[in-house]
Design a protein around this ligand. Structure first.
Ligand code: F6R
Length: 282
């Protein structure tokens, strides 16, 4: 696991989008795992900007979202399909047939989950998985005590998650009690993972997931097992991390990260300012 600390939420989202764009440019037929939620809105905004301004091409890309609420059809404004269409799919040149989310309105949810796993395998697995983190440590909707070998299945949402997501629904009781989610095993099979967290309210859970012991009580701590996982945080959500000097030094010195902070590597001066805001090397 590598941790990258960015000055603020915008810089963290921009860097996340730049890493996704770099992977997509290197592998145009990339299978991209996607997440929803407030944190991801600026990532998708940035990808749309890159599509319009820098010809970022989604035409060969396939996507698989982490999760979908049970009982919500695609045209329900609270469904994750609706969210994805709005924030990304309708604004870039992706084939709608290449975009996948579990169908939360399926009659046979068990078959739907198996089919979803099968589709991912058919595509040769997920190349890059984007992740957020919930206040209870969930990734996807893998709530505390989710099995680390779990695959796509129906999960009951925790009270914390239902409260957190209530603002998107007209009444708190309308928040679905269950969701279909990729399992932790499914996520750990992705070749590369990027987890993005922003905001002071995530500082405690971020520290537990990254520096705490691996525990089923914090699903995101399973990412410590992943061979290629990058966690991008802003200063606020990284405020409770202990080894920040080490993380900053790695980002400032490892060649892999050079394009993201040195002008000669291809990032624009504006990007460098955005990414660093004078903090790197300090
Ligand atoms: C949703 C998902 C969730 C969110 C998490 C953070 O597809 O994967 O794990 O990433 O709940 O949500 P926000 O960004 O709204 O705090």
């Amino acid at each position: 696991m590598e941790v990258i600390i960015q000055p603020d939420a915008i810089a963290a989202a921009n860097l996340t989008a730049r890493l996704i764009a770099a992977e997509l440019r290197a592998k145009p037929a990339l299978t991209l795992g996607l997440a929803t939620g407030r944190t991801m809105e600026s990532v998708y905004g940035q990808l749309v900007k890159m599509h319009r301004g820098e010809n970022l091409d989604f035409s060969q890309c396939h996507t698989f979202n982490l999760d979908e609420y049970v009982g919500l059809a695609a045209d329900n404004p609270n469904s994750y399909r609706f969210y994805m269409n709005r924030h990304l799919f309708s604004q870039v040149n992706i084939e709608s047939a290449n975009t996948h989310l579990p169908n939360g309105a399926a009659n046979d949810l068990e078959t739907e989950c198996k089919k979803y796993e099968w589709l991912i395998v058919q595509r040769g697995g997920i190349g890059l998985q984007l992740l957020g983190i919930g206040h209870d440590g969930h990734i996807g909707f893998n709530e505390p005590l989710s099995s680390w070998r779990s695959r796509t299945r129906v999960k009951a949402l925790s009270p914390v998650t239902r409260r957190e997501n209530a603002s998107q629904f007209s009444k708190p009781e309308d928040v679905p009690r269950r969701a279909i989610t990729m399992g932790i095993g499914t996520i750990l099979d992705a070749r590369r993972c990027i987890m993005l967290a922003t905001g002071a309210d995530k500082a405690e859970i971020v520290a537990q997931a990254i520096e705490g012991p691996m525990t089923a009580m914090v699903s995101a701590s399973a990412l410590q097992l992943h061979p290629q996982c990058v966690v991008i945080v802003d200063e606020a959500s990284g405020a409770k991390l202990k080894r920040t000097d080490f993380y900053r030094e790695i980002f400032a010195t490892e060649p892999e990260w050079e394009p993201y902070w040195k002008s000669k590597g291809g990032a624009s001066a504006e990007t460098i300012d955005e990414l660093f805001a004078g903090k790197v090397g300090s």
